[in-house]
Design a protein around this ligand. Structure first.
Ligand code: NAG
Ligand code: NAG
Ligand code: NAG
Ligand code: NAG
Ligand code: NAG
Ligand code: NAG
Ligand code: NAG
Length: 522
């Protein structure tokens, strides 16, 4: 509730507080504006009317039919023909001409290096959409669908003349979803992927397991989820995971799995306690288990088998290895670990032990031809990392950390300013919108090493009932920062477009919360 407080002082020195509220919505939604804002767009006032029944797609290519089904469903709505005598009216839009230039054979899966560039020209009754890749066509179709808006009669569908040349500012535009603190059912994961593509996000970072539960069903180690999941039903079977990967693939979204070690593994120890460190107090076992025990050879052969499976199940070239918040106290308390460190001449620095662990894990992942991503602690603790390991920056003071990471020539991802579990008030997206991944004092070369970022939905207080409304449209703010030009920073302008975009997501079945206080959707 936003109210204007006026202090009126009368001649009698009486003061009265008045709360003045104008009728109507706080922010008037735009009509037919695109979110995230395209890199280059020339708008015109002339417009066409779109008739879903006669509208046709002209060119069909492999993998396209599914994208078309998806697109059709959003335009398959009731419309009414109207007589118009208006100079700006250019007639019915007849055709979308989709031209896919580029190689005949393209990657089956979306990847970090895919091109998402496209051109969309709406100046003639035939709309021209062209790109060198299917991924670009998908992004262009999304843009085209967003350009369509309801005319003042609220029934006719219109599209203004426009020319758009668009491409993302960053290649990695992710959303992290934690499915371990609360199990998130499949339908909500698929809805999340739908919403991601409406926001042109392209990496689903699946934080699939953690201390609290292990819902990933391993083919090699089924006991991990049998004992470590909350219940037998709260698991992701191999076919569930396949479904998520395929659903994401046809939307141009990568699925980046995270198996966080050596910390955050308590649920692994329900079935396999021998993997974890036994914690001691005053020389006695406390019965508690800490991080993975980095001194045991068996741990590494287990990890080798597990990560080999992960590499086979998830086609993405990257695997997120976690590495955050390792509890050194438990390692320190354990006499076997102390003895190991003495034997290996590790003099009291537990980060060195972590280093030993992470290096072996990265070697395992390297042999699978996968690339590694780690949380920032791994870098900050001084673990020796390969040059191409991506460092994921998530803590306060990120400007310093990301400077340090990129100063060593390593690539970085930013999440520090996009923690969706940090609640503020109202629509709660402007703080996300005010963060820019280049907002640190680095050279141009350092900034080029920032490959993108992710909004993170940690699920301690999020489950199937509130996950969608907590994420959307707040994550949309991060999506625009990661796609649009660096100079797209105007919050007032964004608020109007986000008002429209949120209503659009609602109309498409995404339970996004209102972004801007009082208002309504048609
Ligand atoms: C579309 O055209 C109408 C006039 O026909 C104009 O009022 C409106 O601002 C235009 N919208 C955009 C997004 O350019
Ligand atoms: C569709 O686009 C292609 C490439 O831009 C062009 O060659 C072709 O003539 C267009 N077709 C129609 C019917 O406009
Ligand atoms: C598309 O491919 C052509 C030829 O391979 C190339 O010249 C052009 O730059 C590419 N366009 C984009 C947007 O990548
Ligand atoms: C663990 O592996 C190392 C190196 O492969 C080997 O030297 C050591 O003997 C092994 N330790 C045990 C207890 O098997
Ligand atoms: C232990 O490390 C120290 C410092 O790195 C080195 O000087 C010493 O030679 C090492 N001792 C053994 C037995 O490797
Ligand atoms: C990693 O980076 C360092 C410092 O920039 C450089 O000396 C080294 O050759 C690089 N290693 C590889 C494998 O690229
Ligand atoms: C933002 O930058 C783009 C090029 O990246 C330029 O075309 C556009 O005019 C700029 N917009 C503003 C508002 O400066």
């Amino acid at each position: 509730m936003i109210a204007v407080k006026l202090l009126i002082t009368s001649a009698l020195l009486l003061s009265v507080d008045c709360y003045i509220v104008d009728p109507g919505p706080k922010v008037i939604a735009t009509k037919g504006e695109v979110w995230p804002k395209p890199q280059l767009q020339q708008n015109y006032d002339s417009y066409f009317i779109v008739q879903p029944q006669i509208f046709e797609f002209r060119i069909i290519w492999d993998g396209y039919q599914k994208g078309r089904d998806n697109f059709d469903s959003s335009s398959n709505i009731y419309y009414k023909k109207l007589w118009l005598s208006d100079d700006n009216y250019l007639g019915y839009l007849s055709t979308l001409n989709v031209s896919l230039h580029g190689p005949c054979v393209e990657d089956e899966y979306p990847s970090f290096s895919m091109s998402e560039e496209y051109t969309l020209v709406v100046t003639d009754r035939t709309v021209e959409l062209s790109s060198n890749t299917t991924w670009g066509i998908l992004r262009g179709l999304e843009t085209f669908s967003q350009l369509i808006y309801r005319g003042d009669d609220t029934i006719t569908l219109r599209i203004n003349s426009t020319v758009i040349m668009d491409y993302p500012r960053f290649s990695h535009r992710g959303l992290l979803l934690d499915t371990a603190r609360h199990y998130i059912p499949m339908d909500k994961i698929l809805t999340t992927l739908d919403a991601m593509v409406y926001n042109k996000m392209n990496v689903f970072h699946w934080h699939i397991v953690d201390d609290q539960s292990f819902p990933y069903v391993s083919k090699k180690f089924p006991e991990l989820s049998e004992k470590g999941a909350y219940t037998n039903a709260m698991v992701y079977s191999p076919s569930d995971i396949k479904e998520v990967i395929e659903y994401a693939r046809i939307r141009g979204i990568r699925v980046l799995p995270e198996f966080d070690t050596p910390g955050h593994t308590r649920s692994w120890g329900v079935a396999r306690p021998e993997l974890l460190t036994e914690c001691y107090s005053d020389g006695y076992k406390t019965g508690q288990l800490g991080p993975l025990d980095p001194t045991k050879n068996d741990s590494y052969s287990f990890l080798q088998d597990l990560f080999q499976e992960i590499g086979e199940v998830f086609p993405d070239e990257y695997i997120h290895l976690g590495g955050d918040e390792v509890d050194f106290d438990c390692w320190e308390s354990n006499p076997d670990i102390t003895a190991f460190m003495e034997k290996h001449n590790i003099t009291g620095q537990y980060a060195e032990l972590e280093s030993l662990y992470i290096q072996q894990l990265i070697n395992i992942v390297d042999e699978l031809n996968s690339k590694s991503i780690v949380w920032e602690e791994v870098f900050v603790n001084g673990v020796v990392l390969p040059n191409d390991t991506l460092v994921h920056v998530w803590k306060g003071g990120w400007e310093v950390t990301i400077f340090d990471v990129t100063a060593t020539g390593r690539p970085a991802l930013l999440s520090a300013c996009w923690y969706l579990d940090h609640l503020d008030s109202d629509g709660d997206w402007e703080k996300f919108y005010s963060c820019d991944p280049y907002g640190f004092f680095g050279t141009d070369e350092q900034k080029k090493l920032v490959l993108g970022g992710e909004a993170c939905m940690w699920s301690e207080v999020v489950n199937e009932y509130n996950v969608i409304s907590r994420v959307w449209p707040r994550a949309s703010a991060a999506a625009e920062k990661l796609w649009s030009s660096e100079n797209v920073t105007d919050v007032t302008d964004a608020a109007k477009r986000l008002e429209e975009h949120t209503c659009r997501m609602n109309a498409r079945g995404i339970g996004a919360q209102p972004p801007n206080a009082a208002g309504y959707c048609l």
